[in-house]
Design a protein around this ligand. Structure first.
Ligand SMILES: Cc1ncc(COP(=O)(O)O)c(C=O)c1O
Length: 472
């Protein structure tokens, strides 16, 4: 075999010598927690195979540009929650290199994507290598059959037209693009605790004031407290009017889902105030009871609500990237202009359409076989949830959620969430998510995610029982 020399960048500053194999990616694995990018030269010969990593000297410079930092981004506190957890996890692994760390932390899926879905993606990818099957840019709004398929699978009988469904690269990106539609001059409310992207994108967009360290809140945002005392549904009678209301059900992180009556109350509240609800239904497929799976099950919602959703937690598409947002044409701004037109303008300007391979996967997801396969995977995660609920409850902790969501919200009264996070990591090598990372209302809780291989969930259960059981 000819010797081969390749140059690539890896995020590490150390000098190292590692045996190379045919599959380089499997032979090299380094921490990503540094910005230094040394050159790696790979030499592959017939008899000796080595990778030499040569760290380049760090460039020291005092030069700055004359561009002012975006003052809104400067308002953001620390890092985004999940990179911060990853940082702490990496530090833990450095201290305990032999520990088998189990993650019940970030809500990332773990189980393989059903083959009925990957098969469709494979076929589409292969077709791209043929003259007849090649396609380049597609419609920014998504391919028509997929828009129609999503409509049929998730909004049948709800009066949603396929042209009101925008296919995207995921709900998180759509939340940001929605903020672009709203601009800096709107006021907003979000459940507290909630998925951090609502508050953080609002800060980035300039809708908020500064972070207040006493309340742990950004000024100008209405934090709608959701606690066991109010059944995780905000007290709307004391919630001030805002232009935009972010509402996630089933909720990340609490796992609570709003009942039909509660959502009727929310829609009535929005209509009374002339507000727009951004309803995040990323976990709707996990609903086991008769809670609505879409905000459009509530009469009148089309005039006051946008719904964003995703294949991430339905089909393990967290890496594939595919989601959608519904913007009904009946939803209008104060001057009568349809929100749909402005969202379309943002999508066609800031987005070039979801990957055509991912969309082929999405179309398979909404086929009858795909839907069945997705429900199977969801069932598996829900069994994990049961194990986690049983574990914490058996140890005397109060848990919430878990029934309609892949998250278990565990209460540690009087304790700091980050302290509990650190204690569990230190004592059991298990990563959880501190509740306060989702807003001040999450203080005193941790979120345990049911995304995980069964053996890891069982092992986590065993370790938790061993540690907390011994403390009793
Ligand atoms: C409530 C909620 N919305 C949106 C997302 C992001 O979805 P996507 O992967 O489609 O960007 C997540 C991911 O964890 C989530 O929990």
């Amino acid at each position: 075999m000819d010797a081969m020399t390749t140059a690539m960048s890896i995020p590490s500053a150390r000098l190292c010598t590692v045996p190379a194999t045919r599959n380089l990616s499997s032979s090299v694995s380094f921490s990503t927690a540094t910005s230094l990018l040394p050159k790696v030269s790979v030499t592959r010969g017939a008899s000796v195979s080595l990778i030499r990593c040569i760290a380049e000297p760090a460039e020291k410079t005092t030069y700055t540009t004359s561009v002012n930092r975006n003052a809104n981004i400067a308002k953001l506190q620390a890092g985004y929650l999940f990179p911060e957890i990853a940082r702490r996890r990496n530090a833990h692994i450095q201290r305990y290199p032999d520990a088998k760390v189990i993650s019940l932390g970030i809500g990332d899926t773990t189980e393989p994507i059903p083959t009925v879905i990957t098969g469709a993606m494979e076929a589409r990818a292969r077709a791209l290598s043929t003259l007849e099957g090649y396609s380049g840019y597609g419609a920014e709004q998504g391919e028509k059959p997929l828009r129609a398929g999503i409509g049929a699978a998730f909004y049948a009988d709800l009066g949603i037209d396929e042209t009101e469904i925008f296919v995207s690269d995921g709900a998180k990106c759509d939340i940001t693009r929605l903020q672009l539609v709203f601009g800096p001059n709107v006021t907003m409310a979000a459940q507290d605790p909630s998925y951090p992207a609502y508050v953080d994108t609002s800060v980035m967009m300039g809708q908020t004031g500064l972070f207040q360290s006493d309340s742990q809140q950004y000024s100008k945002i209405q934090y709608m407290k959701c606690t066991p005392e109010n059944d995780f549904f905000p007290d709307l009678s004391s919630t001030p009017r805002t232009d935009i209301i972010f509402f996630c059900s089933p909720n990340n992180p609490t796992g609570a889902s709003a009942s039909r009556k509660q959502l009727e109350e929310l829609v009535a509240f929005a209509k009374k105030n002339g507000s727009i609800i951004v309803y995040d239904s990323a976990y709707a497929i996990y609903t086991s009871d008769d809670s609505p799976k879409s905000i459009y099950e509530i009469p009148g919602a089309k005039e006051c609500a946008i719904e964003t959703a995703s294949f991430s937690k339905y089909a393990g598409f967290t890496g594939v990237r595919l989601g959608w947002t519904v913007v009904p044409k009946a939803l209008k701004f104060a001057d009568g202009h349809p929100v749909h037109t402005d969202f379309n303008r943002v999508m066609t300007t800031c987005f070039n359409g979801a990957s055509n391979v991912a969309q082929a996967g999405g179309l398979a997801c909404v086929s009858s076989e795909g839907l069945k396969a997705m429900h199977e995977t969801v069932k598996f995660y829900k069994e994990n949830t049961k194990i986690l609920v049983e574990t914490f409850e058996s140890l005397g902790f109060k848990t919430f959620g878990g029934k309609n969501a892949p998250y278990v919200w565990v209460q540690f009264p009087g304790k700091s969430s980050w302290d509990v996070f650190s204690e569990i990591l230190e004592q059991t090598h298990i990563v959880t998510t501190p509740g306060s990372g989702f807003g001040p209302g999450g203080e005193g809780f941790i979120r345990a995610s049911a995304f995980g291989h069964r053996e890891n969930i069982l092992e986590a259960s065993r370790r938790l029982k061993e540690y907390f059981g011994s403390k009793k």
